[in-house]
Write a new protein. Structure first.
Length: 129
C-alpha cells in the first residue's frame, strides 16, 4: 500500500491497477475517514457476532456444496487455513479483500453470496423469536 507521500504517484497507481486486475473490482480509498474509536453498531438489529456467524455458515455451506476442502479454498483465496477456519466458525471479522478472495475461490458472485448471508440472518431472527 502506498505511504502518505506516495498517493497519486506512479507507484500508487500501479498498486491500484494491480488490485483491479487481480480482484476485478475498483479499490476505493478515502483518506479523510478516521475510524479510530468508531462504535460498532448492529446492522438491521443483528449484532456483529451474529453477522460473523451468518457469514461463516454461508461460507461453509458454499464450500461444502462445491466439494472443496478448507485447505483448497484457503490456497485459492491466498489466506491461511487457520484464518479460514476461524471465519467459518464466526470468530474473525473478515477484511474486504478476503471476502472478495473467498468468493472468487468458491466461484460464487458476491451478490449471490451476500443474498445467502441475508437469508441466514433471517433464519437466525426467526429461530430466536
Amino acid at each position: 500500500m502506498p505511504s502518505g507521500d506516495e498517493w497519486g504517484s506512479e507507484k500508487a497507481n500501479t498498486h491500484f491497477s494491480n488490485f483491479y486486475t487481480i480482484y476485478k473490482c475498483p479499490l476505493i480509498i478515502d483518506r479523510r475517514i478516521d475510524v479510530k474509536g468508531a462504535n460498532v453498531r448492529p446492522v438491521n438489529n443483528h449484532s456483529p457476532d451474529t453477522l460473523k456467524l451468518a457469514y461463516g455458515d454461508t461460507l461453509r455451506k458454499f464450500r461444502l456444496a462445491s466439494g472443496l476442502s478448507q485447505m483448497k479454498v484457503a490456497a485459492k483465496a491466498d489466506i491461511s487455513l487457520t484464518y479460514l477456519g476461524d471465519v467459518e466458525r464466526g470468530q474473525r471479522n473478515v477484511a474486504l479483500i478476503n471476502i472478495v478472495g473467498i468468493a472468487r475461490a468458491l466461484d460464487i458472485p458476491l451478490d449471490q453470496f451476500f443474498a445467502e448471508v441475508e437469508a441466514q440472518l433471517a433464519r437466525y431472527s426467526r429461530s430466536t423469536k
